[in-house]
Design a binder for this molecule. Sequence first.
Ligand code: T4K
Length: 369
Amino acid sequence: MSDEPIYVTQPWLPPLEEFMPYLQQIWHSRILTNRGPFYRQFEQALCDFLQVEHVALCANGTIALSTALHAAGLEGEVITSPYSFPATAHVLANSNLTPVFADIDPMTFCLDAATIEPAITPRTAAIMPVHVYGNTCDTRSIKAVADKGNLRVIYDAAHAFGVQDDAGSVLKHGDFSALSFHATKVFNTFEGGAIVCADRQTKELVDKLNNFGIADETTVVAAGLNGKMDEFKASLGLLQLKHFEQLVSRRKMIDASYREQLGDIPGITLMQRDGRQVSNFSYFPILVEPGYPLDRDSLYEKLKSRGIFSRRYFYPLISNLPMYRNLPSADPANLPVANAISNKVLCLPIYSALSDEQVEKVVGVLKCH
Ligand code: T4K
């Protein structure tokens, strides 16, 4: 068996010869950025592929979230999930908004709609839920709470590329959905991201905010930043799209194989998937419960000693980070489910190049203690 390290993920890249014609075109045209031809083609291709009407490309997922917040024109508090990557709360803090943490659902690990309403105050401006691991939030209940309180909804959809619920693309919900195309994501352009906007006017505003607020050569309408995607990444994205479905079907096989082999280990709980949804199988989290002979961190270390680099996504919880833990909503008593799950979660390796042999190696370590 190969001794190659097994990481939690490994980015997939198309064969270099498939990418060469795109690079030649860029080298020939010398249009490198500022909404060139590949940028426009990729935007349209994403609209078609994701079944949404308005996509604005961005330099990364963090800029996508931050630009969406800017476009929403918010002030005050935003109710969000502590169970996410730090970027989710950091974009709020960096936009002078106060994160207000609410608890998560124990099945989907997404913001629990029932915990949102009690967190609303006169200063609440928006809700920022996260579609964790590609599971979908309870979008209907979130819409009902948002409509009642006249709140904007900005979905952190960094994990939700290609995910569908019973109504179609999950990216259609809310005022904005922000995607990440980071190297570690199920769909990557090295770095990259996009904002799915509800209408054309909003997409045009987002495009301006992502280009210094420039409307034309002599008109600057807002204090925007530079959040654009360049032609290299846009062309890579176009090519990656052609392979996406094939890569997801390999992930689906790995997910099924883990489920079959790990399903009956005492003390290991697998995350359930809602069969009505189309998943992207982007992560494979397990919960290491007291019935397992090792605690989560000991299992993490044991896997590491065998060259298997699992990850504790999402530990530590954002609400326990030094810059947030003094907020009243960060009190662990307010977030019992998120704290419990964060302390026992472990994401196992899943990516399209992971071989059956490597899956067996991971399973073998979990079974043998
Ligand atoms: N919202 C959510 C919910 C997110 O999860 C994220 C990002 C964002 C927002 C922000 O989106 P971006 O601004 O990043 O587009 C990684 C990623 O850097 C981050 O994008 C991602 N979430 C997060 C869940 O994971 P790290 O610090 O765990 O990554 P790193 O470098 O330790 O990589 C993990 C493993 O992947 C490595 O052990 C090996 C492998 N790897 C990684 C890279 C970068 C490779 O094989 N090749 C590579 O180039 O954060």
